[in-house]
Design a protein. Structure first.
Length: 128
């Protein structure tokens, strides 16, 4: 799944973005649920979820419900949008979720798509 589009922030490192727009504003764009970064194509996490959720429902979930094991590899914000669905995390709390790069999460769902088991296979202390 494609990462969210950072609009005018794309290609800038965090320090350059902070210098241009200020630390607080960059933090809002990067971590808020529904405030996109500047630029015509900038996506908020909400916008990213609007892309990820239908894909999950149409392409991933049917395989999971048929008993298949499915590996999902994606960028941080695409995964945060997916984890928000799976863990039923409210909008107000998803902004606090940090995912560690390269640390697998294994979900087991029941027939109603409720998570019955979740295992994190690695060191979450490296989450950012």
């Amino acid at each position: 799944m494609n990462e969210r589009n950072y609009g005018d922030l794309a290609g800038l490192n965090k320090d350059d973005a902070r210098e241009k727009w200020g630390e607080e504003q960059v933090h809002i764009w990067r971590r808020s649920y529904d405030v996109p970064p500047p630029g015509d194509e900038g996506e908020s996490l909400k916008d990213t979820g609007a892309r990820v959720w239908p894909y999950y429902m149409q392409e991933i979930l049917p395989d999971v419900l048929s008993g298949k094991n499915v590996l999902v590899a994606a960028h941080g914000n695409s995964l945060r949008a997916l984890v928000m669905i799976l863990d039923r995390i409210p909008q107000s709390e998803i902004v606090k979720l940090n995912l560690a790069t390269g640390v697998p999460m294994v979900y087991q769902l029941d027939s109603t798509t409720k998570v019955v088991k979740k295992d994190i296979l690695g060191d979450m202390s490296k989450a950012h």
